[in-house]
Design a protein around this ligand. Structure first.
Ligand code: SIN
Length: 490
């Protein structure tokens, strides 16, 4: 397995050494440890916030939010543009911290820094065009003006798998709209968030507007903050189970909520797909972030006419994937986030094989330090296998075959989830026919990475509510209001 160059390791250690003091406010005396998934070693200790401290942060943000809501769009835009510049100036530092705490290969972590900063730039631009309109009342006698107001104090709960991009995708539109936020990063990956928010403050965003609360007690945090009537917005990315509980809590004060929840993405390869493109797209859809993504290709359906050639070429390409320490040059697959994640992957593969799947590559965790699981290919996966109905969250490709597009669509939609879907074909009509029938919020057509700052990311069915990114993502932090302007007697 590839190991990092000592100079690269030293640069990464220096980035970590620069972190102490990033949680400058008092969150209580308790602390918790953050570990390196590539080695199991301790990386840092951060405050383990109490519920009282969370409420203090809420108060600070609430007060600061009032002044921020009154700033001009131009001021907010200029501030966010400054943030974009500063984040990119610190790209290597951010990527090194991210790689160490989540195990994402360094090149991919640098890509995430760019992706995360792009959300900031997008909203710096988008906020200058907030929409609104003028329409006559059809009965006459009045003109209706619609306008957008900031929704108010926002609670942003982020996942561990994209510890920077999922933060900026929430905080940038919140700030753009004129809202303050209390931010809870995942306990597994708080360091990238703390550094990102610190850099945002250095670029000019008032610290009082973005209060990061680090805690291992996510349930206590949510119960406390969502019981407070000052909170007007909740944005959560995580599992459907937790999302359901949060929606229950948000119902107490009718809090506007957006939820990006679990996925079980089908990827469909039709007979007429370009083989090379389909293989590369599937590898990307499967291995981005080691497969630990809500939009990762989870169930790969390949049409009979291309199946043997696809499985052959895909297995060969997956076999070339270089696994190793995420700081080492050329590594495409780093460790999984935890030992439990690795054990779970092993169980899913074993269950599929017992039920009749063919193991073509990989299949067993590496022994030794770090949470490593190799690129794995299963073919002929039966519908009865647990892996066919579970969000895999790892580098295991589960392939099954189909005869007609109708069969593929029926299988693809046979799930309570509906975040992402993929289709590979060289025929536009067939691509659009399949995409139209997939019950998902987004479809990658001949691409394995459909996410973009310009796209309204989000799911249907039990994969979520609301959208992030694009203009729609700004509206999640706004309320539409109207003024009816009387024009004489009615
Ligand atoms: C995820 O939520 O896991 C993926 C996020 C993205 O593609 O932007």
């Amino acid at each position: 397995m590839l190991k990092p160059d000592p100079a690269q390791l030293a640069a990464s250690d220096a980035a970590l050494d620069s972190l102490p003091g990033l949680a400058p406010y008092d969150l209580g005396p308790d602390t918790f440890l953050v570990h390196d998934p590539a080695t199991g070693r301790r990386l840092a200790r951060v405050p383990n916030c109490t519920s009282d401290a969370a409420l203090d942060q809420l108060t600070i943000a609430d007060e600061a939010g009032r002044a921020w809501a009154a700033t001009t769009p131009r001021h907010r835009s200029d501030t966010l543009h400054a943030v974009y510049t500063v984040l990119l100036e610190h790209r290597d530092r951010l990527a090194n911290v991210m790689t160490r705490e989540i195990g994402k290969p360094l090149a991919e972590a640098k890509g995430e820094v760019q992706y995360a900063a792009d959300y900031v730039r997008w909203y710096a631009e988008e906020l200058l065009r907030p929409g609104g309109g003028v329409r006559p009342d059809p009965r006459g006698g009045a003109t209706i003006l619609t306008t957008r107001a900031p929704v108010g104090l926002s609670v942003l709960i982020a996942p561990w798998n994209f510890p920077m991009a999922m933060i900026t995708r929430k905080i940038a539109p919140a700030l753009a709209a004129g809202c303050a936020a209390v931010i809870k990063p995942a306990a597994l990956t708080p360091l990238t968030t703390l550094l990102t928010v610190d850099l945002m403050a250095k670029a000019g965003v008032p610290r009082e507007l973005m209060r990061v609360v680090t805690t291992t007690d996510a349930a206590a945090f949510s119960e406390t903050v969502l019981a407070d009537p000052r909170v007007r917005k909740l944005s959560f990315t995580g599992s459907t189970g937790v999302g359901r509980r949060l929606l229950g809590l948000a119902a107490q004060h009718i809090v506007k909520s957006s939820m990006e929840l679990g996925g079980n993405a089908p990827l469909i390869v039709l007979d007429d797909a370009n083989l090379e493109r389909a293989v590369e797209g599937t590898v990307r859809a499967k291995l981005r972030n080691g497969g630990q993504s809500c939009v990762a290709a989870n169930r790969i359906y390949v049409q009979d006419g291309i199946a043997d050639a696809f499985v052959e070429a895909f297995t060969e390409r997956m076999g070339q994937v270089i696994m190793g320490h995420p700081l080492a040059d050329g590594v495409e697959l780093g460790p999984m986030i935890s030992r439990e994640a690795v054990d779970r992957l092993g169980e899913l593969v074993d269950d599929a094989v017992v039920r009749g799947a063919e193991l073509r590559l990989g299949g067993a965790a590496l022994t030794g330090p770090g949470n490593f699981f190799p690129a794995t290919v299963l073919d002929q996966v039966p519908g009865s296998a647990r892996i066919a109905g579970t969000e895999i969250f790892g580098p295991v490709a589960a392939i099954s075959r189909f005869a007609t597009p109708e069969e593929a669509i029926r299988k693809a939609n046979d799930t309570r989830f509906g975040l992402a879907g993929y289709v590979f074909t060289e025929t536009l009509d067939r691509a659009l026919d399949v995409a139209d029938q997939l019950e998902t919020g987004l479809v990658g057509i001949n691409t394995g990475v459909p996410s973009s700052v310009a796209a309204p990311f989000g799911g249907v069915k039990q994969s979520g509510l609301g959208r992030e990114g694009s203009g729609e993502g700004l509206e999640e932090y706004q309320e539409v209001r109207f003024y009816s302007v009387g024009r004489g007697e009615r």
